[in-house]
Design a binder for this molecule. Structure first.
Ligand code: AMP
Ligand code: MN
Ligand code: MN
Ligand code: MN
Length: 279
């Protein structure tokens, strides 16, 4: 790949809470000049086959990925796996357990909303979850559609979060499990959007330490959801922790994007890209 290669290593399709089909996502990335796109759906690799076929057609590289939901010290943290073998049994069994938790959690969320005077949320969320995996994003779409909030962003202020109607505490997998499954599947584990967790510096260093101890190798220095300053801060952390640097838009669809696919800031100087030794 030449010097102008454009990497976007974090994006979603309808296999989780994105709004485009995997093939549509790939074609949009190609049209935007992306040369390597990672499809990283939440807790699922269902979209990868379609994405890889589409990528072959348009001549870009599709990096098989996943974004795993983790509970770390009582908080939800996301770990991206890049270049995973989606046929790996350990990985697939782990993801299946997370999806089973999603089914139970969706029922509990709907039960809570019902008690708060909002009936029909399970059917409503499932209607939006065309790929079958139910995310809070699908509940958000249902709540917006029914006039309970003006947009998805406002849903996550007034519903589905701690202390608000429809909140159900998550118990996802451990950090060591997520990194272990990714490594078992031959992939590279990446801390997703680290600035979004609003951790103190001490807590972030703890997360990085636990992640490295588990066998994690990279962090998203550039994310669609990071400000320029946050990118610089995360670059400094990656350098001093000896982690590789990744870059991803976290694109979920044209209507609610942090940034358009492939329209990312450059990696700051002094970090080693996660793709440095990719063939
Ligand atoms: P879940 O994994 O089902 O708990 O849902 C988490 C997803 O909700 C994230 O991956 C985001 O796509 C979405 N989300 C969380 N917080 C917000 C927010 N403040 N605004 C928009 N989307 C959000
Ligand atoms: Mn999401
Ligand atoms: Mn995430
Ligand atoms: Mn994501």
């Amino acid at each position: 790949m030449n010097a102008q290669a454009v990497y976007d290593l974090h994006a979603h399709s309808i296999a989780s809470d994105g709004s485009l089909r995997p093939a549509e996502l790939v074609r949009r990335a190609a049209a935007n000049g992306v040369s390597a796109l990672a499809l990283t759906d939440h807790d699922s690799t269902e979209g990868l086959a379609e994405a890889m076929a589409a990528a072959r057609e348009v001549g870009i590289r599709l990096v098989p990925g996943v974004e795993i939901s983790v509970t770390w010290k009582g908080r939800t943290v996301h770990i991206v796996g890049l270049n995973i073998d989606r046929g790996n049994k350990l990985l697939q069994e782990g993801l299946e357990g997370l999806r089973e938790f999603r089914v139970r959690r969706a029922e509990a969320i709907a039960g809570q909303l019902d008690k708060a005077g909002i009936p029909g949320a399970l059917a409503g969320a499932k209607h939006h979850a065309v790929g079958g995996l139910v995310s809070r994003t699908h509940f958000a779409h249902f709540l917006v559609e029914n006039g309970h909030a003006k947009d998805v962003r406002r849903v996550f202020k007034h519903f589905l979060v701690k202390g608000k109607p429809g909140h159900v505490a998550g118990q996802w997998c451990s950090l060591a499990d997520a990194v272990g499954w990714i490594n078992a599947a031959g992939g590279q584990a990446v801390i997703a959007h680290p600035a979004r967790y609003r951790l103190t510096r001490t807590k972030l260093l703890e997360l990085i330490g636990d992640f490295r101890a588990a066998g994690g190798v990279a962090m998203e220095v550039v994310s669609g959801s990071h400000s320029r300053d946050e990118c610089l801060t995360m670059a400094a952390h990656a350098r001093s922790a000896g982690l590789l640097a990744s870059a991803g838009s976290d694109f979920h669809g044209p209507e609610n994007a942090y940034v358009e696919l492939g329209r990312l800031r450059e990696l700051p100087d002094g970090v080693t890209p996660v793709w440095a030794d990719w063939q």
